[in-house]
Design a protein around this ligand. Structure first.
Ligand SMILES: Cc1ncc(COP(=O)(O)O)c(C=O)c1O
Length: 420
């Protein structure tokens, strides 16, 4: 039996996985064009490339309007304000997400209310969402997590009946489709991040989608220092930030968008191959896809780990060994926000909590906690951008660890958790 790399053996893999992001002549060309054109910023808004990107990305996801902005936290905050959130309104968010989903609610002067995940897909549990609605609730933010999509068929009718507006957090879901409809086109708003690790990136960036013209105008005003939107049919006025995206980013994103459909297919092909190869290994399975996800987007390939298949080895020890074998993978990629180190929440810093009963010290979301601390294995999408040999290495490393799991009894768990 081959010695485990964590015990000094030869790792399965020493070669790096494909670099991310991918780029080529098209990206170089558009960046030079922006440089030479001397029209670098986001003003006037939308600027030349921003206008094209807004239209093209909205059409790609199946929405009428797009508003490029600084990042995927701002896009949530702006969508909340544009949807009409009032100070002190409650917004239901999944506990199992990036801290920014909840922080955006605070920035918009709302009160985030955490709910647990569905164990099948780690996304917001629709029943928990319904149970958390109070007379103060005005919005809900389902997050399409990792490679999954929240159950929009269950969430949307409840939201409609209870008059809540829905913002889909699609930071992980560029290109994803639910029953043929693009992520971000199902709710009142879709919010995207174009930060470096994401499926579509310009290093940083965000995008709000909506099919409601009034909401569009509000978003456009809110990201452009309060200036009227180019259409201005609804005469919306507000103090606004400068949250515009630069022309370097919008031009780069246009080039990157051209690559996205092929990359989505490539990842899917490799993911299916990996799922096949994992079939023979007990204790590790990819999360399944609901048949209503007609086009999955894989931001992270999510595996469910069961220690009983690995002689009782804790997930974090398994991950240490997997990394030692040359396969980068994370466990507590997200922690339930109320337990995350970056959730440095102090009630006294937010006036809206004066009249609120919400107490985060009492929140417990057992499904999210189990996923974060025991069960989930997150493989970044760049691991699936290569060829069948890369996939073979991942599966072989996992099989090798399983075969020698008995050797791991004395390996300690890493102390640091979370991705920050
Ligand atoms: C689910 C989710 N929401 C929101 C964000 C915020 O995006 P950004 O980093 O662009 O502000 C992220 C980024 O990681 C995310 O993963």
């Amino acid at each position: 039996m081959a010695r485990l790399a964590i015990k000094g053996g030869k790792p399965i893999r020493t070669k790096p996985f494909p670099g991310w992001p991918e780029f080529g002549e098209e990206e170089k060309k558009v960046l030079m064009l922006v440089l030479q054109g001397r029209n670098w910023g986001g003003y006037p808004s939308p600027n030349t490339y921003a206008k094209i990107l807004n239209e093209r990305f909205a059409a790609f996801q199946g929405a009428r309007y797009g508003v490029a902005c600084a990042n995927g936290t701002v896009s949530l905050e702006v969508a909340l304000k544009a949807g009409g959130l009032r100070p002190g309104d409650e917004v239901i968010v999944p506990a199992y997400t990036w801290v920014g989903t909840a922080a955006a609610v605070l920035f918009a002067q709302g009160v985030p209310v955490f709910v647990d995940s569905d164990p099948a897909n780690y996304c917001m549990d629709p029943k928990a969402f319904e149970a958390a609605i109070t007379s103060r609730t005005s919005a809900v933010i389902p997050v399409h997590l990792g490679m999954e999509m929240a159950d929009m068929d269950a969430i949307l009718p409840v939201a409609r009946r209870r008059q809540l507006f829905v913002i889909e957090d699609c930071a992980h879901a560029h290109g994803a489709q639910w029953k043929g409809l693009g992520a971000g086109s199902l709710g009142a708003f879709g919010s995207f991040s174009m930060q470096s690790s994401k499926l579509l990136t310009a290093g940083e960036g965000g995008m709000i989608l909506t099919s409601n013209e009034e909401f569009y105008e509000r978003c456009q005003t809110l990201i452009n220092c309060g200036r009227p939107s180019p259409t201005d049919r609804y005469k919306y006025r507000s103090i606004g930030h400068n949250h515009r995206m630069t022309e370097f980013q919008t031009a780069l994103l246009l080039a990157q968008l051209g690559r996205l459909p092929e990359q989505t297919e490539r990842r899917l092909k490799n993911a299916r191959l990996l799922a096949q190869k994992l079939e023979g290994i007990t204790g590790i399975r990819p999360l399944s896809w609901d048949a209503r996800i007609t086009r999955p987007a894989i931001y992270h390939y999510l595996l469910r780990y069961d220690p009983s298949g690995f002689g009782g080895t804790h997930r974090d020890v398994f991950l240490r060994s997997l990394r030692a074998e040359g396969i980068p993978a994370e466990g507590a990629f997200y922690e339930p926000v109320y337990r995350a180190p970056l959730w440095d929440f102090r009630r006294e810093n937010f006036a809206v909590f004066a009249g609120s009963q919400v107490d985060y010290s009492k929140v417990r979301c057992p499904v999210a906690e189990k996923a974060a601390y025991e069960e989930s294995v997150w493989l970044h999408h760049s691991l699936l951008l290569g060829d069948a040999n890369d996939v073979r290495d991942i599966a072989e490393a996992i099989a090798k660890i399983q075969a020698s799991a008995g050797e791991l009894a004395d390996v300690s768990r890493p102390t640091q958790t979370g991705s920050f």
